[in-house]
Ligand binder design. Structure first.
Ligand code: THU
Length: 132
């Protein structure tokens, strides 16, 4: 199995544990950190809707907790036409990614389309990086 297939399967398994009773839309995310370890997350909704968290945020939190701060590759999976990360998660991914890091968007049967972080978030905010 290739590395990308492993990452897809990890994201798919994470999606199974999503807590999404309000939207009924389960999402899984898998991040391969730059040093090779894989971290996963799922969306976790809340009765107070804005308190819900996205799958990507969970995977990033797990990665950082483990002491990793560089993303190598990402798979996001949801049963939608194209389950691309929300705007906030694009910024969260950018924090830990080089511009050319791949974010693969998958449906239940496999990867549908791939983007770089720079494609998902052109001109993304950097605290000290946008000076002339
Ligand atoms: N969601 C994610 O977790 N990641 C995405 O990339 C898109 C949306 C979640 C948030 C919410 O729990 C549900 O999907 C519907 O918006």
């Amino acid at each position: 199995m290739s590395g990308l297939e492993d990452l897809f399967e990890a994201a798919k398994a994470a999606r199974e544990n999503a807590y999404a009773p309000y939207s009924n839309f389960k999402v899984g995310a898998a991040i391969r950190a730059a040093r090779g370890r894989v971290f996963t997350g799922c969306n976790v909704e809340n009765a107070a809707y804005p308190e819900g968290t996205c799958a990507e945020a969970g995977a990033i939190a797990a990665m950082v907790l483990a002491g990793e701060t560089r993303i190598g590759e990402v798979v996001v999976i949801g049963d939608a036409a194209l389950c691309t990360p929300c705007g906030g998660c694009r910024q969260k991914l950018k924090e830990f990614s080089a511009p050319d890091v791949s974010v693969h968007i998958a449906g239940l049967d496999g990867i549908k389309q791939s983007f770089t972080v720079a494609e998902l978030l052109p001109a993304g905010f950097e605290l000290h990086g946008n000076r002339d």
